[in-house]
Structures are given as structure tokens and as C-alpha cells.
Design a protein around this ligand. Structure first.
Ligand SMILES: [Zn+2]
Length: 483
């Protein structure tokens, strides 16, 4: 089996061959940390998490770099995102970005998105960005005007090759900002002059200023992955201008190709529309957690192909949650059965083992086809039905078969898809369940004795351990909440 990926640069599906055998370098454009991450971020980083997980599953040693944008990313209005957050919360810029960087990682942890190997910050790589701009000026691909430096698109005819936009088209586009400093309306800022009131600024060869947004990704990706490197990922909406700018400036500066495979994920939509604050359909991940479990959201995202847009709706989310419950139910049943099955017996059902291999092959075949998680999940549900039929039958199931089933869920649903956490197994394992019941009983007795503080403390400590209690008329119910 060979892994095929759709390369946005060549606009076709290609066999994936890394530059260096056994190793993959991947860079994905990270968040701008000035407010909480929203559902769209959830989709993007779950999509790339699967790509990284699968490459690792295939045996590659992956170096995953995802930047933290904490400087230089302007809104369409020209306002600096970080400074906007600073004005909103009346804090230091570094205080703001620290807060939202931590919150971003907490959100990603909840979605079971594995952390990147390197999370470089733009503000920590200003010298590298200045160096890149300096090289471009020296080579004649960039020019300075009043302390700002622009990339000269007229000197780089390939500009726009990723998105397929031509400079002439851009010329006609009325939406291109009018800036008298630019020689050509499509020229983009590599370095911006900072006015005295701009608090995030650095001294450069061109005076006080700050880097243009595109510069950080070129400087940081090649610093940690070399040039060229294997995979560059990001949201479809960043193809132009962001990624085209990255390619132009990196290739002009180094004289060699920037990156070999470009992977773009489709956007998350709400009722067929893009998410926008102005449309009032903007949902942060933390708001979404109030209604759905993070893993149900992850499972919902994986139900579509990463390149396709995905429509977020109440019904779709509920369906994803129910699907996940079905998988958990079976996994728990298998693991419970395993606990009560003697280790001595070995009556392996050969035909069932063959079926397991078949389902696994179908799952992997789907993943090899440009990480098609939607089809892979279909294979997982077929497996689930098969396992349920086996469990419901009166047949004796050997321990070896149960172990094989359990391992397969762990491999496909746990390691690759990241939707079946190990905790699912623990609820049924030995002493944990009776111990939880014992704690609940103790808490009940404390409440009866009106020792509310102690009772609340038990509830809070259990919540910290990932066990949520729900008080009902018939008594407290519990569930593993880190699902
Ligand atoms: Zn980027």
C-alpha cells in the first residue's frame, strides 16, 4: 500500500515520497493568539492531527512544526489583531498572547490533538525574519519605502502559482488596498514601519517596525525543517495571499523550491455559511464544549474528508455523539468480556481473525487515499457491527480473539483517529467502578449529615479526575467526562 496525497500545488493526487527516507517534516500555519480558538480552528488542527498521526503510524519519524502568531497579523481593516486584544483586555501584549496560547493548547488537548514538536513564536524569531527581508532586498526582489519593505511581484513572475491567480488579475481587482508606497498594488509587505504609538516593534535595518505576517511562516518553517521541506499545510482560505506570498519570498530568497506537498483543509461552515462574527454565527470551542463533548466534535470533524468544507449542525453533532457512544459501548463490552475470560483457553476463531484483518485493510486503504477518514470510519462501523454480532452470539470467544479485537480498536480508533481514549477501558477494569460507587455513597452520607463543603469537595475532586457526577432524584449518576 502506498500513501497518496492531494497536492494543491500540482492540483493532483500524488504518491507521497519524503525527501529523506523514513523522515517527514511538516509545517502547518498556527493560530493568531488574541482570542479563543473557534470551531474552524478545531477542524483545521484535527484535520492535520490525523495527517501527522497517520504518518507516524506508517513508521515515519515526523517533525511537526506549527507556529504561534503573536505579532504582525493584521485584520482586513489594517488593525493589528494582537493590539486589538490588548485594547480589549487592557494587558501587556505578551500577557495577552501567553493567555491565549495556553488556552489554545488546552482546547487542542481536549480535542485530543497531539501537540506539535515545535511551536515557534513569531515574536521569538524577529532576527530570522529580518534576515529573510534583508536577503530579498539585496537580491533585488524587495524594496524599501519610508521604513517599510515590500516584495516586488513584478520581479517574480511565478507569484500566484499556488492559487492560480495571475498578477494581471490582481491588478484589476478593485479590492486590492490602495497604498501609494507600493510600486504595484499586488506587492505585499515584508516589513512594516511602526508608528511611535505601536507598542510591538523592533529595531531593524529600516528603522523601528515589525514583520509582515507572511514572513514568519517562511522564516520559521525553513529554520526548523530546511528548504525544501516535505509538507506545508493550512486552511484553504490561506492559500491566497498567505501561502502564495510564503512561496514567492522563500523561493526568491533561497533560489530553491520551498516545499513539495501543499495540503489544504476545507472550512467549517455553519448552515452553509462561513463563520463570521458579523454574521453572529461565531462559536468558540469553549462555547461548544457546553453542549457537546470535545471528542464528539472531533468525531464529527473526522466524519468528513479533510479537504471538504464541513457543515456544523445540531443534528450532525448529535449523530456523531451517538455513533461514538455505539463504538464505546462495544469497546467496553469487549473489555468486560476480556476480564471474565480465562487466559488459558485458546480456541481462536480463524474466520473471525480473517474478518478483522479484512476490516483493518479497508480502514488503512481509506487512510492511504489522501487520509479519507470518512471512509475509514465507515470501515470501523462495519467492524463494530461484526463484533456486536459475535458478542451477542452464544459462541465461546477465545481470549486471543478478544485481545485481537481490543488491540484493533486501540490501533484504529485510538492511535490513528484519536477518538477512543484509554479511559473508556478503565470504567470496567477491576476496582475502579466499585471505588467510584463508594465515593458517591460517602458523598451522599455527607450530604445527609449536612456537611455540604466536604460533599462538594468530593464532587470537585472527582471532576478533576474526569468523573462527572449528575444528581438525580433516584441518586447520583456518574460518567467519564473526558470523552
Ligand atoms: Zn503561515
Amino acid at each position: 500500500m502506498t500513501l497518496k496525497v492531494y497536492n494543491s500545488l500540482t492540483r493532483q493526487e500524488e504518491e507521497f515520497v519524503p525527501l529523506h527516507e523514513g523522515r517527514v517534516g511538516i509545517y502547518v500555519c498556527g493560530p493568531t493568539v488574541y482570542e479563543d480558538a473557534h470551531l474552524g480552528h478545531g477542524k483545521t488542527y484535527v484535520n492535520f492531527d490525523i495527517i501527522v498521526r497517520y504518518l507516524r503510524y506508517l513508521g515515519y519519524k515526523v517533525r511537526y512544526v506549527q507556529n504561534i502568531t503573536d505579532v504582525g497579523h493584521l485584520l482586513d481593516s489594517g488593525e493589528d489583531r494582537i493590539l486589538k486584544g490588548v485594547a480589549r483586555e487592557r494587558v501587556e501584549p505578551m500577557e495577552l498572547v501567553e493567555t491565549y496560547t495556553r488556552r489554545y493548547f488546552e482546547d487542542m488537548d481536549a480535542l485530543n490533538v497531539l501537540r506539535p514538536d515545535i511551536s515557534p513564536r513569531a515574536s521569538g524569531h524577529i532576527p530570522e525574519q529580518i534576515e529573510l527581508v534583508k536577503t530579498l532586498v539585496e537580491k533585488g526582489y524587495a524594496y524599501e519605502v519610508n521604513g517599510s519593505v515590500y516584495f516586488d511581484v513584478a520581479k517574480w513572475p511565478e507569484y500566484g502559482k499556488l492559487s492560480g491567480r495571475r498578477v494581471e488579475e490582481l491588478m484589476e481587482g478593485a479590492r486590492v488596498e490602495v497604498n501609494p508606497e507600493k510600486r504595484h498594488p499586488a506587492d505585499f509587505a515584508l516589513w512594516r514601519r511602526a508608528e511611535p504609538e505601536h507598542i510591538m516593534r523592533w529595531l531593524s535595518l529600516w528603522g523601528w517596525g515589525f514583520p509582515g505576517w507572511h514572513a514568519e511562516c517562511s522564516a520559521m518553517s525553513t529554520k526548523y525543517l530546511g528548504q525544501p521541506f516535505d509538507i506545508h499545510g493550512g486552511g484553504m482560505e490561506n492559500k491566497f495571499p498567505h501561502h502564495d506570498c510564503e512561496i514567492a519570498q522563500s523561493e526568491a530568497a533561497a533560489g530553491v523550491p520551498f516545499c513539495r506537498y501543499w495540503l489544504h483543509n476545507g472550512m467549517l461552515m455553519i448552515k452553509g455559511e462561513e463563520m463570521h462574527k458579523s454574521l453572529g454565527n461565531f462559536v468558540t470551542l469553549r462555547e461548544a464544549w457546553e453542549r457537546y463533548s470535545p471528542l464528539a466534535i472531533r468525531f464529527f470533524i473526522l466524519g468528513g474528508h479533510y479537504r471538504s468544507p464541513l457543515d456544523f449542525s445540531e443534528t450532525a453533532l448529535q449523530a456523531a455523539g451517538k455513533g461514538l457512544e455505539r463504538l464505546y459501548g462495544t469497546v467496553q463490552a469487549v473489555r468486560e468480556r476480556l476480564l471474565s475470560t480465562d487466559s488459558g483457553t485458546d480456541l481462536t476463531d480463524r474466520s473471525f481473525m480473517a474478518k478483522l484483518a479484512e476490516h483493518k485493510a479497508r480502514f488503512l486503504e481509506a487512510m492511504d487515499d489522501d487520509f479519507n477518514t470518512a471512509t475509514a470510519i465507515g470501515a470501523l462501523f462495519d467492524l463494530n457491527r461484526e463484533v456486536n454480532t459475535l458478542l451477542d452470539s452464544e459462541e465461546e470467544i477465545s481470549r486471543e480473539t478478544l485481545v485481537a479485537i481490543n488491540d484493533l480498536y486501540r490501533e484504529l480508533g485510538g492511535d490513528i483517529l484519536g477518538v477512543i481514549p484509554e479511559e473508556i477501558a478503565k470504567g470496567a477494569a477491576g476496582l475502579e467502578e466499585p471505588l467510584i460507587e463508594l465515593l458517591i455513597e460517602t458523598r451522599e452520607k455527607l450530604r445527609e449529615a449536612r456537611k455540604w463543603d466536604l460533599a462538594d469537595e468530593i464532587r470537585a475532586r472527582m471532576a478533576e479526575l474526569g468523573i462527572a457526577l449528575e444528581d438525580r432524584p433516584e441518586g447520583a449518576r456518574w460518567r467519564i467526562s473526558r470523552q
